[in-house]
Design a protein around this ligand. Structure first.
Ligand SMILES: O=C(O)CCC(=O)C(=O)O
Ligand SMILES: [Fe+2]
Length: 932
């Protein structure tokens, strides 16, 4: 291949600057005939059994398999993971396995010099056994995999052929020139489409400018002119964004800057750019848009089929709702690996409101888009796993704008490879988390898909829905592959049973549409696939909907079939005119019922929708357990103290986060459920780490998940296993923050944590109006090297199990700022670098009559005092004995001394005097007061 042919292959002349560094490096021609003549095959991973792989390699007489996967244990094909097992299996058919992914993997070659890669390839060939070799990459199609570029750097004598699976047995050979031309076609097609789109925008804008300056007659509609102006303004704002550089800020500083309400251009390693607009839409605009999306966009929850290791086929409704808008393309949703299981997802068309929004986002993103993809997360248990948006339709190095509405969820970025910074401390895989506030926009700019993964992790304790709109430029018609996040760890089915596919459009009854469920989520129409099992009852169907799709906190529902002219039409028709309904019995097999009514669609027709209605079932119960959810009235709004708003960085956003998150009821897990075994003794950190796993199988029902009362993007509020009071939570940062190593830069996070506690306190006060709350850190714990934790505790100290309230806890919680320090004071101390020392003095508790010791168990002492009949020693001079006479003051002093001897010296004499007065002089009652 000559330089010219390479160039024309890999970059359109019209967009030379768009060529990646990688591609340019690969343009270096190879000297022909360097003696390395060799048969080279390439192959990717696919859902084909390992036996068939081995059989094909063996029949091609391959002698060496060269694994060039950067991460050879990634993806769904576990049987093809690098490991002893795979190596042995290859050896059994005479194929040697060599791992080269560390030098020739996707990451290793990114930005590398072509000469260096060539040198490595030469070395590889020189050491390879005689005979054909096979380069093994990740992706099935060679034109999408970096192995194609590697092959372009092989010595010219090599005979290169790419192998692709035709089905689960047969293989197809694609010539190297053909693979290169497929790649070129893809790139050229993509750039041409984008140029076309850019041209359109330019024309629109110059028309708008022409009209504004009065030299051109209006050809654009008013809205189009406004869109063009808004886009231009957004573009100007983008152009003047201040820059934050990853290396220049500590984790604490990032936390502050991402919460200071300002928009930034973030520059990350590997020449990556992210634009961050925390308030791209103001609150009013964001509310309005969320409403509009609820009204106009119908979310689709596709059903995926997985084969479990035992061979059982599982049918799973995707909990994440999806919708796509695009005038140019439809998108495919593939249900499993067989081609005919893919069904076209018909995109909705652009409307004036979506077009306006898209234009504005384009300006802020410095890009053009032609598609909006929606993701709907009904609550914090719906997630998206680590992935890149690397679909071929997005072209090379796509730019993606991502707008968030509803509950704040964190957007996690992590680098695909380790950063080798000068500073040891910041070397390694890089993590950056953005709090996706209601109305925020993140633009994943250049290199963000190439070098980084992103995810939206689970967030138990968040009951509010979230909608995400991603703005993309899509330029290829094709099939979307199945959601990698949902498929994680599961093997998809090879063959689906031959069945008819149709979709069910589930529309809530008009009386339910306006009903807001717990925490403000609205019951909206959804589209789901028909269940494949003919025996599925309408009760099963309803349960599936409740478990996976509908917002929680709705009243008892019933499923009805809508009959009438609009039975297969969209939600709007159902809203406009209520069709006749036929109530479906819970036990009725759904499919049979549809068949009986003559509604089953004919196979091979375009997937039709059948309208099912959700209707209120007065006082009824859903069939089976776990589907009856009482409606809970939304909580009253929390309030932000104007002082906090002024003085705390990020106060407004934190306030909005809590307000919009749908804080749940206080319901601590009971008994063993609440205990977290902690090997390190730092259970809070262990829980936090556990929670930071991006996707959890338990979907909010696991043991660790049950420990969570609430989360914000920065903090977590956990139930404690041995609660010391009616309400008792520990609050901590999700970032590692240990007491002895708190730095002045952490003061901002501590002040926000204080505010978080106050806001949660307000919510809890509404739930338990008779309780008073206090928030602070136990000073005695501060010197320990454990995760920093604050306690939000009600002042009644009525521990569910009184044995759990020790003297130490009691004295600390009631000892004022010397033992229980408010977070704002802690922030001040940290800022000034002062040390904290607890003033609590602990004494063993003991009975003043029989002198029995009770360690620090207040409960045991109280129980004992109620029983102890030992006489009071007369010489102790208290309790009405003969030496006990004298002045009342002396009597009190004696009693105070006795309490001190009993182990309450830490309370201070003044407090003991007061308590004695309250207890009318009775020591036993004084002890009980001390405990409550
Ligand atoms: O919901 C989000 O913010 C992320 C969505 C996403 O990454 C995607 O759709 O690819
Ligand atoms: Fe994504």
């Amino acid at each position: 291949m000559t330089e010219q042919t390479w160039q024309s292959c890999h970059a359109s002349d019209a967009a030379p600057e768009k060529r990646t560094r990688w591609c340019r490096k690969l343009c270096v021609p190879l000297s022909p005939g360097d003696g390395n003549s060799r048969q080279v095959y390439t192959l990717g991973t696919w859902r084909v059994s390992r036996e068939v792989y081995l059989w094909q390699l063996s029949s091609l007489d391959v002698k060496l398999l060269v694994d060039v996967r950067g991460n050879p244990r990634a993806g769904r094909e576990e049987q093809l993971f690098r490991g002893k097992d795979f190596t042995k299996a290859l050896l059994s058919i005479g194929v040697r396995y060599e791992y080269w992914g560390d030098r020739l993997g996707e990451e290793a070659v990114e930005g590398a010099e072509a000469e260096d890669i060539q040198r490595l390839l030469k070395g590889l060939l020189a050491s390879a056994p005689f005979g054909p070799i096979c380069i093994f990459g990740h992706l099935h199609e060679p034109q999408k995999c970096h192995r194609l570029q590697l092959c372009n750097l092989l010595p010219s004598g090599c005979q290169i052929q790419h192998l692709m699976w035709e089905d689960h047995r047969a293989i197809r050979v694609v010539g190297h020139d053909e693979a290169n031309s497929l790649y070129k076609r893809w790139v050229d097609f993509f750039y041409q489409r984008r140029l076309l789109e850019e041209g359109k925008r330019q024309r629109e804008r110059s028309q708008a400018e022409g009209i504004a300056s009065g030299w051109r007659r209006a050809k654009l509609r008013e809205t189009e002119r406004e869109d063009a102006v808004a886009a231009r303004l957004a573009e100007l704002q983008a152009g003047s964004l201040p820059t934050l550089r990853w290396e220049e800020l500590s984790a604490a500083e990032w936390g502050d800057r991402l919460r200071d309400g300002k928009a930034y251009r973030l520059r990350l390693p590997w020449n990556t750019e992210i634009l961050w607009y925390p308030h791209f839409l103001d609150d009013g605009e964001a509310d309005q848009l969320e409403r509009k999306v609820q009204d106009r966009i119908t979310m689709y929850h596709p059903t995926y089929f997985f084969q479990t290791p035992s061979g059982v086929v599982q049918e799973t409704v995707n909990r994440k709702g999806q919708a796509r808008i695009c005038d140019d393309f439809n998108f495919g949703i593939q249900y499993d690996s067989s081609k005919d299981a893919a069904a076209t997802y018909v995109s909705q068309k652009m409307e004036p409101w979506t077009r306006s929004l898209l234009r504005r986002i384009e300006g802020a993103s410095e890009a053009v888009f032609n598609a909006i993809w929606f993701n709907h997360y009904r609550d914090g248990t719906v997630t998206i796993h680590w992935h890149t948006d690397g679909n071929e339709g997005l072209g090379p190095d796509p730019i993606i704008g991502s707008l968030s509405l509803g509950a704040t969820r964190p957007f996690c970025f992590k680098s695909k490879r380790a950063w080798k910074g000068r500073d040891e401390e910041i070397a390694g895989i890089i993590h950056l988390t953005l709090p996706l506030f209601h109305g925020s926009l993140v633009v994943m700019g250049k290199n963000s898909q190439r070098h980084w993964l992103h995810a939206v992790p689970a967030m138990e304790g968040i009951h509010r829905e979230r909608t995400n709109l991603t703005f993309r430029f899509w330029a290829l018609e094709g099939f979307e592959t199945i959601d990698a996040a949902e498929a994680q760890g599961k093997e998809t089915m090879e063959h689906l049973p031959d069945k008819q596919k149709f979709r069910l459009h589930v529309v809530p009854d008009a009386s339910l549409v306006e009903q807001t469920c717990r925490n403000g989520a609205r019951l909206c129409p959804v589209i789901v696939d028909s269940p494949s099992d003919v025996a599925t009852t309408t009760g099963d169907m309803l349960r599936r909907l409740c478990d996976h799709v509908l917002p929680s906190g709705i009243e008892h529902l019933h499923l009805a079939l809508c009959l009438g002219a609009d039975k297969a039409e969209g939600a709007s028709a159902a809203h406009a005119e209520r069709p006749q309904r036929e109530l479906l019995d819970d036990a009725q097999p759904l499919r049979k019922e549809l068949e009986r009514l003559g509604l089953l669609p004919q196979p091979r027709h375009e997937v039709p929708k059948i309208l099912l209605a959700l209707i209120r079932k007065p006082g009824g119960q859903l069939h089976g357990a776990g589907t009856t959810l009482p409606a809970v009235p939304p909580r009253k709004a929390v309030e932000l103290n104007p002082e906090d708003a002024k003085s705390i960085v990020g106060a407004e956003d934190l306030f909005r986060e809590v307000r919009l998150s749908g804080v749940g009821r206080y319901s601590p897990p009971r008994g063993a459920q609440a205990e977290v075994e902690s090997e390190s003794g730092d259970w809070i950190w262990e829980v936090i780490q556990n929670l930071s796993g991006i996707q959890r199988k338990s979907k909010g029902k696991g043991r660790i998940s049950q420990m969570v009362f609430h989360q914000s993007s920065e903090f977590v509020a956990l139930y404690v296993a041995r609660s010391k009071s009616t309400v008792h939570l520990v609050l901590s940062t999700k970032r590692r923050l240990q007491f002895p190593s708190l730095l002045p830069a952490d003061a901002g996070a501590l002040r926000r944590l204080g505010l978080y506690g106050r806001l949660l306190g307000q919510v809890l006060k509404e739930e338990c109006p008779n309780l008073e709350f206090q928030l602070g850190v136990r000073v005695a714990r501060c010197p320990s090297s454990k995760q920093m934790a604050a306690h939000l505790v009600s002042r009644d100290f009525l521990a569910p199990d009184p044995m759990d309230l020790t003297q130490q806890h009691y004295l600390e919680f009631t000892g004022g700022p010397q033992t229980f320090l408010p977070l704002d004071d802690l922030a001040k101390c940290v800022k000034q670098g002062s040390k904290l020392q607890s003033k609590v003095q602990l004494h063993d508790l003991r009975c003043h009559r029989c002198h029995q010791f009770f360690g620090d168990s207040m409960r045991q002492l109280i129980l004992h005092l109620r029983r102890c009949t030992a006489p009071l020693e007369p010489k102790r001079g208290y309790g009405g004995g003969p030496d006990g006479g004298g002045e009342a003051e002396d009597k009190t002093l004696l009693a105070v001394k006795m309490l001190e001897e009993m182990g309450f010296a830490g309370c201070g004499r003044e407090a003991l005097c007061e308590i004695l007065l309250k207890a009318e002089g009775s020591l036993e009652r004084a002890v009980e007061f001390l405990a409550t």
